[in-house]
Design a protein around this ligand. Sequence first.
Ligand SMILES: *Cc1c(COP(=O)(O)O)cnc(C)c1O
Length: 233
Amino acid sequence: MTTIQANLQLVRDRMARACDRSGRGVNEVTLLAVSKTFGPQAVAEALAAGQQAFGENYVQEGVEKILALREMLPVGSGSPVWHCIGPVQTNKTRLVAGHFDWVQSVDRLKVAQRLSEQRPAGLPPLQVCIQVNVDGGASKSGVTPVELPDLAQAVAALPGLTLRGLMCIPDPVTGFDAQRAVFMRVRDLYEMLRAQGYALDTLSMGMSEDLEPAIAAGATLVRVGRAIFGSRG
Ligand SMILES: *Cc1c(COP(=O)(O)O)cnc(C)c1O
């Protein structure tokens, strides 16, 4: 077994224990393997171990990897599902819309409109999450809870996009209860939108260091990089 395969098993075990402790089924939480800075070979190894969803932060790097994997994989093998999880500038929307399956980091209407317009007609709608900022200053990515309802309404109406849920990257805090409390604020916003009738199924929160409190707060997708691929140097 390779290191990546062994690490994947450890992460899956952590997720299973966290689900168990909060009375949730293991199938309720998806693992997104964050492969930023690692090469196509690392992705191929994780794929061979049954990992399907991959996250990239940097658009150019992500697109190169997506194309490289397409070349590497034998026809008929399972293909990866690619999530863009980093900031998207307006001059990168065409690349994102043309190559990724998901964008988790939508936080501006302008970017959402461009992604929708530029999504190629032959592809299914781009699956999107709105990134929310529940704890940071104005300089941080993500909409504030006050801005969220209007953006959700506008994004849900765009034909090239399907709104699936919310994503957050809280500032680091110490201690399980404090971490869980921040994630609960995002969970509350998610439940508020669902109560308003949005058919959301994705609450993306938790990384290598804090996936347990995120799962305890209701995460349906955790984004894990270093615990799978090693430190990014
Ligand atoms: C890098 C990154 C991750 C993964 O972080 P790790 O600490 O390596 O698990 C998750 N989400 C986002 C948005 C990231 O940029």
